[in-house]
Design a binder for this molecule. Sequence first.
Ligand code: SAM
Length: 273
Amino acid sequence: MSGTTSDTLDIDPPAFERVRRLLRARAGIELADNRQSLVVARLMRRVRALGFDGFDPYLDLIEHDEPECTQFVSALTTNVTDFFRERHHFEALADLAARASKNVPFKVWSAACSSGQEPWSIAMTLKATSDAPPTWKVLATDIDAEILEKAKDGVYPVEQAAAVAPELKAAHFSPDRTGCYLRVRDALRSRVFFAQLNLLGDWPMKGDFDAIFCRNVLIYFSPENRLTVVRRLTARLKPGGVLFLGHSEAVLGIPSELTPIGKTAFRRTGAQA
Ligand SMILES: C[S@@+](CC[C@H](N)C(=O)[O-])C[C@H]1O[C@@H](n2cnc3c(N)ncnc32)[C@H](O)[C@@H]1O
Protein backbone atom coordinates (compact mmCIF):
# COMPACT_ATOMS: atom_id res chain seq x y z
CA MET A 1 0.00 0.00 0.00
CA SER A 2 1.19 3.56 -0.79
CA GLY A 3 1.46 5.76 2.27
CA THR A 4 3.13 8.51 4.27
CA THR A 5 6.69 8.77 5.51
CA SER A 6 7.57 11.99 7.37
CA ASP A 7 7.10 14.86 4.88
CA THR A 8 6.84 12.89 1.66
CA LEU A 9 4.65 10.15 0.24
CA ASP A 10 5.70 6.73 -1.03
CA ILE A 11 4.17 5.18 -4.07
CA ASP A 12 4.14 1.39 -4.17
CA PRO A 13 4.50 -0.59 -7.45
CA PRO A 14 0.74 -1.29 -7.92
CA ALA A 15 -0.18 2.38 -7.41
CA PHE A 16 2.60 3.46 -9.77
CA GLU A 17 1.29 1.02 -12.38
CA ARG A 18 -2.18 2.50 -11.98
CA VAL A 19 -0.77 5.98 -12.60
CA ARG A 20 0.98 4.72 -15.75
CA ARG A 21 -2.17 3.00 -16.98
CA LEU A 22 -4.39 6.03 -16.36
CA LEU A 23 -1.98 8.43 -18.04
CA ARG A 24 -1.62 6.11 -21.04
CA ALA A 25 -5.41 5.75 -21.35
CA ARG A 26 -6.11 9.47 -20.96
CA ALA A 27 -3.26 11.08 -22.89
CA GLY A 28 -1.29 8.32 -24.62
CA ILE A 29 1.71 9.35 -22.54
CA GLU A 30 4.11 6.51 -21.70
CA LEU A 31 5.84 6.91 -18.34
CA ALA A 32 9.12 5.01 -18.03
CA ASP A 33 9.14 2.39 -15.26
CA ASN A 34 11.65 4.38 -13.17
CA ARG A 35 9.64 7.61 -12.89
CA GLN A 36 8.20 7.00 -9.40
CA SER A 37 9.91 10.08 -7.95
CA LEU A 38 8.56 12.28 -10.75
CA VAL A 39 5.04 11.00 -10.07
CA VAL A 40 5.39 11.65 -6.34
CA ALA A 41 6.86 15.13 -6.91
CA ARG A 42 4.11 16.16 -9.36
CA LEU A 43 1.10 14.66 -7.53
CA MET A 44 1.96 14.81 -3.84
CA ARG A 45 0.66 18.34 -3.26
CA ARG A 46 -2.73 17.48 -4.80
CA VAL A 47 -3.01 14.20 -2.87
CA ARG A 48 -2.33 16.08 0.35
CA ALA A 49 -4.65 18.99 -0.55
CA LEU A 50 -7.48 16.49 -0.96
CA GLY A 51 -6.79 15.19 2.54
CA PHE A 52 -5.53 11.74 1.49
CA ASP A 53 -2.58 10.08 3.19
CA GLY A 54 -1.66 7.91 0.22
CA PHE A 55 -2.10 7.46 -3.54
CA ASP A 56 -4.72 4.70 -3.54
CA PRO A 57 -7.76 6.80 -2.51
CA TYR A 58 -6.59 9.57 -4.84
CA LEU A 59 -6.42 7.17 -7.77
CA ASP A 60 -9.87 5.81 -6.87
CA LEU A 61 -11.14 9.39 -7.07
CA ILE A 62 -9.62 10.29 -10.44
CA GLU A 63 -11.04 7.13 -12.01
CA HIS A 64 -14.51 8.73 -11.93
CA ASP A 65 -13.95 12.45 -11.23
CA GLU A 66 -13.45 14.22 -14.56
CA PRO A 67 -12.13 17.61 -13.29
CA GLU A 68 -9.74 15.82 -10.95
CA CYS A 69 -8.55 13.63 -13.79
CA THR A 70 -7.94 16.75 -15.92
CA GLN A 71 -5.70 18.10 -13.15
CA PHE A 72 -3.92 14.73 -12.94
CA VAL A 73 -3.06 14.86 -16.67
CA SER A 74 -2.03 18.49 -16.34
CA ALA A 75 0.31 17.68 -13.44
CA LEU A 76 2.02 14.90 -15.35
CA THR A 77 2.50 16.56 -18.74
CA THR A 78 5.78 18.24 -19.63
CA ASN A 79 5.18 21.75 -20.94
CA VAL A 80 8.70 22.98 -21.74
CA THR A 81 8.59 25.33 -24.73
CA ASP A 82 9.99 28.61 -26.00
CA PHE A 83 9.40 31.35 -28.56
CA PHE A 84 10.87 30.52 -31.98
CA ARG A 85 12.11 27.13 -30.79
CA GLU A 86 13.94 25.57 -33.76
CA ARG A 87 14.02 28.83 -35.68
CA HIS A 88 14.55 27.09 -39.04
CA HIS A 89 10.92 25.85 -38.89
CA PHE A 90 9.66 29.44 -38.78
CA GLU A 91 11.88 30.38 -41.73
CA ALA A 92 10.39 27.45 -43.67
CA LEU A 93 6.88 28.57 -42.65
CA ALA A 94 7.51 32.11 -43.94
CA ASP A 95 8.74 30.65 -47.22
CA LEU A 96 5.66 28.40 -47.49
CA ALA A 97 3.30 31.32 -46.78
CA ALA A 98 5.06 33.57 -49.28
CA ARG A 99 4.52 30.99 -52.03
CA ALA A 100 0.93 30.11 -51.10
CA SER A 101 -2.09 31.16 -53.17
CA LYS A 102 -3.27 34.60 -52.10
CA ASN A 103 -6.92 33.72 -52.75
CA VAL A 104 -7.26 30.92 -50.22
CA PRO A 105 -7.09 31.31 -46.42
CA PHE A 106 -3.75 30.03 -45.09
CA LYS A 107 -4.25 27.79 -42.06
CA VAL A 108 -1.70 26.56 -39.51
CA TRP A 109 -2.24 24.14 -36.59
CA SER A 110 -0.03 24.14 -33.51
CA ALA A 111 -1.03 20.69 -32.26
CA ALA A 112 0.56 20.59 -28.79
CA CYS A 113 0.87 24.30 -28.10
CA SER A 114 1.72 24.18 -24.37
CA SER A 115 1.76 27.73 -22.90
CA GLY A 116 1.43 29.38 -26.32
CA GLN A 117 4.94 30.41 -27.32
CA GLU A 118 4.70 28.22 -30.45
CA PRO A 119 1.38 29.55 -31.86
CA TRP A 120 2.30 33.15 -31.04
CA SER A 121 5.64 32.64 -32.85
CA ILE A 122 3.73 31.25 -35.85
CA ALA A 123 1.41 34.26 -35.80
CA MET A 124 4.33 36.72 -35.55
CA THR A 125 6.02 34.97 -38.47
CA LEU A 126 2.95 35.19 -40.69
CA LYS A 127 2.33 38.82 -39.76
CA ALA A 128 5.95 39.62 -40.70
CA THR A 129 5.72 37.84 -44.07
CA SER A 130 4.63 40.67 -46.35
CA ASP A 131 3.66 38.39 -49.24
CA ALA A 132 1.72 35.88 -47.10
CA PRO A 133 -1.96 35.39 -48.02
CA PRO A 134 -4.00 38.23 -46.47
CA THR A 135 -6.31 35.79 -44.73
CA TRP A 136 -4.58 33.45 -42.33
CA LYS A 137 -5.30 31.92 -38.97
CA VAL A 138 -3.66 29.69 -36.39
CA LEU A 139 -5.39 26.91 -34.45
CA ALA A 140 -3.61 26.14 -31.17
CA THR A 141 -4.55 22.99 -29.24
CA ASP A 142 -3.29 21.02 -26.26
CA ILE A 143 -4.65 18.28 -24.02
CA ASP A 144 -3.75 20.22 -20.87
CA ALA A 145 -6.59 22.61 -19.98
CA GLU A 146 -4.51 24.55 -17.45
CA ILE A 147 -1.60 25.24 -19.79
CA LEU A 148 -4.07 26.18 -22.53
CA GLU A 149 -5.41 28.97 -20.28
CA LYS A 150 -1.87 30.35 -20.01
CA ALA A 151 -1.49 30.14 -23.77
CA LYS A 152 -4.73 32.07 -24.23
CA ASP A 153 -3.72 34.69 -21.64
CA GLY A 154 -0.61 35.41 -23.71
CA VAL A 155 1.23 37.06 -20.82
CA TYR A 156 4.89 36.18 -20.28
CA PRO A 157 7.71 37.32 -18.01
CA VAL A 158 10.01 39.63 -20.00
CA GLU A 159 12.93 37.22 -19.75
CA GLN A 160 10.87 34.43 -21.38
CA ALA A 161 10.59 36.51 -24.54
CA ALA A 162 14.36 36.75 -25.00
CA ALA A 163 14.18 34.79 -28.27
CA VAL A 164 11.73 37.27 -29.83
CA ALA A 165 13.47 39.82 -32.08
CA PRO A 166 13.22 43.40 -30.69
CA GLU A 167 11.12 44.67 -33.63
CA LEU A 168 8.62 41.78 -33.23
CA LYS A 169 8.50 42.34 -29.50
CA ALA A 170 7.72 46.03 -30.01
CA ALA A 171 5.07 45.27 -32.63
CA HIS A 172 3.24 42.42 -30.90
CA PHE A 173 3.64 42.81 -27.13
CA SER A 174 2.79 45.56 -24.68
CA PRO A 175 4.55 45.73 -21.30
CA ASP A 176 2.43 45.71 -18.14
CA ARG A 177 2.67 48.51 -15.56
CA THR A 178 5.51 46.84 -13.66
CA GLY A 179 7.55 46.30 -16.82
CA CYS A 180 8.10 42.69 -15.73
CA TYR A 181 5.53 41.09 -18.07
CA LEU A 182 4.71 41.31 -21.75
CA ARG A 183 1.18 40.86 -23.08
CA VAL A 184 0.34 39.80 -26.64
CA ARG A 185 -1.42 42.66 -28.44
CA ASP A 186 -5.01 42.31 -29.69
CA ALA A 187 -4.14 42.38 -33.42
CA LEU A 188 -2.30 39.08 -33.04
CA ARG A 189 -4.94 37.62 -30.71
CA SER A 190 -7.62 37.94 -33.36
CA ARG A 191 -5.69 35.47 -35.56
CA VAL A 192 -5.11 32.66 -33.02
CA PHE A 193 -7.84 30.27 -31.82
CA PHE A 194 -7.39 27.94 -28.85
CA ALA A 195 -9.09 24.62 -28.11
CA GLN A 196 -8.49 21.61 -25.91
CA LEU A 197 -7.71 18.55 -28.01
CA ASN A 198 -6.24 15.12 -27.31
CA LEU A 199 -4.09 14.05 -30.25
CA LEU A 200 -5.21 10.48 -29.58
CA GLY A 201 -8.90 11.38 -29.46
CA ASP A 202 -11.37 12.94 -31.90
CA TRP A 203 -10.36 15.95 -33.97
CA PRO A 204 -13.66 17.79 -34.42
CA MET A 205 -12.35 20.75 -36.45
CA LYS A 206 -13.13 20.90 -40.15
CA GLY A 207 -10.79 21.49 -43.08
CA ASP A 208 -7.15 20.92 -43.88
CA PHE A 209 -4.03 22.87 -43.02
CA ASP A 210 -1.16 24.44 -44.95
CA ALA A 211 1.20 23.67 -42.07
CA ILE A 212 1.01 21.60 -38.89
CA PHE A 213 3.44 21.97 -36.01
CA CYS A 214 3.43 18.79 -33.88
CA ARG A 215 6.68 19.20 -32.02
CA ASN A 216 8.09 17.63 -28.89
CA VAL A 217 4.98 15.67 -27.99
CA LEU A 218 5.24 12.45 -30.01
CA ILE A 219 8.28 11.49 -27.92
CA TYR A 220 5.90 10.80 -25.02
CA PHE A 221 3.78 8.34 -27.04
CA SER A 222 4.30 4.67 -27.88
CA PRO A 223 5.80 3.96 -31.34
CA GLU A 224 2.36 2.73 -32.54
CA ASN A 225 0.61 5.89 -31.37
CA ARG A 226 3.33 8.09 -32.92
CA LEU A 227 2.70 6.45 -36.26
CA THR A 228 -1.07 6.71 -35.95
CA VAL A 229 -0.88 10.40 -35.09
CA VAL A 230 1.57 11.17 -37.93
CA ARG A 231 -0.72 9.37 -40.41
CA ARG A 232 -3.75 11.32 -39.17
CA LEU A 233 -1.83 14.60 -39.30
CA THR A 234 -0.70 13.85 -42.85
CA ALA A 235 -4.31 13.32 -43.87
CA ARG A 236 -5.10 16.80 -42.45
CA LEU A 237 -2.47 18.54 -44.61
CA LYS A 238 -3.43 20.19 -47.88
CA PRO A 239 -1.44 18.85 -50.84
CA GLY A 240 1.90 20.70 -50.64
CA GLY A 241 1.35 21.38 -46.92
CA VAL A 242 4.19 20.91 -44.42
CA LEU A 243 4.41 18.91 -41.19
CA PHE A 244 6.96 20.10 -38.62
CA LEU A 245 8.07 17.59 -35.98
CA GLY A 246 10.37 18.05 -32.96
CA HIS A 247 14.11 17.56 -33.34
CA SER A 248 14.18 14.29 -31.41
CA GLU A 249 11.07 12.71 -32.89
CA ALA A 250 12.15 9.85 -35.05
CA VAL A 251 8.98 8.38 -36.45
CA LEU A 252 9.56 4.93 -37.82
CA GLY A 253 7.84 4.68 -41.18
CA ILE A 254 7.07 8.23 -42.30
CA PRO A 255 3.99 7.91 -44.60
CA SER A 256 4.88 7.68 -48.29
CA GLU A 257 2.94 10.90 -49.06
CA LEU A 258 5.51 12.87 -47.02
CA THR A 259 8.81 14.06 -48.48
CA PRO A 260 11.56 15.34 -46.16
CA ILE A 261 12.34 19.00 -46.94
CA GLY A 262 14.88 19.82 -44.26
CA LYS A 263 15.45 19.21 -40.57
CA THR A 264 12.29 17.43 -39.26
CA ALA A 265 10.06 19.10 -41.87
CA PHE A 266 8.02 17.05 -44.34
CA ARG A 267 5.95 18.17 -47.32
CA ARG A 268 2.80 16.35 -48.37
CA THR A 269 3.08 15.48 -52.02
CA GLY A 270 0.75 17.24 -54.45
CA ALA A 271 0.17 20.76 -55.77
CA GLN A 272 2.06 23.83 -54.43
CA ALA A 273 5.25 21.73 -53.88
C1 SAM B 1 7.05 19.70 -24.41
S1 SAM B 1 5.52 20.47 -24.80
C2 SAM B 1 5.81 20.95 -26.49
C3 SAM B 1 5.35 22.37 -26.76
C4 SAM B 1 5.65 22.90 -28.18
N1 SAM B 1 5.03 22.08 -29.20
C5 SAM B 1 7.14 22.98 -28.42
O1 SAM B 1 7.69 22.17 -29.16
O2 SAM B 1 7.78 23.87 -27.84
C6 SAM B 1 4.46 19.04 -24.98
C7 SAM B 1 2.98 19.40 -24.93
O3 SAM B 1 2.25 18.26 -25.40
C8 SAM B 1 1.02 18.21 -24.69
N2 SAM B 1 0.45 16.86 -24.80
C9 SAM B 1 0.83 15.72 -24.17
N3 SAM B 1 0.05 14.70 -24.53
C10 SAM B 1 -0.85 15.19 -25.42
C11 SAM B 1 -1.93 14.62 -26.16
N4 SAM B 1 -2.25 13.33 -26.04
N5 SAM B 1 -2.65 15.43 -26.96
C12 SAM B 1 -2.35 16.75 -27.09
N6 SAM B 1 -1.34 17.35 -26.42
C13 SAM B 1 -0.60 16.58 -25.60
C14 SAM B 1 1.42 18.61 -23.28
O4 SAM B 1 0.32 19.05 -22.52
C15 SAM B 1 2.47 19.69 -23.54
O5 SAM B 1 1.91 20.98 -23.47
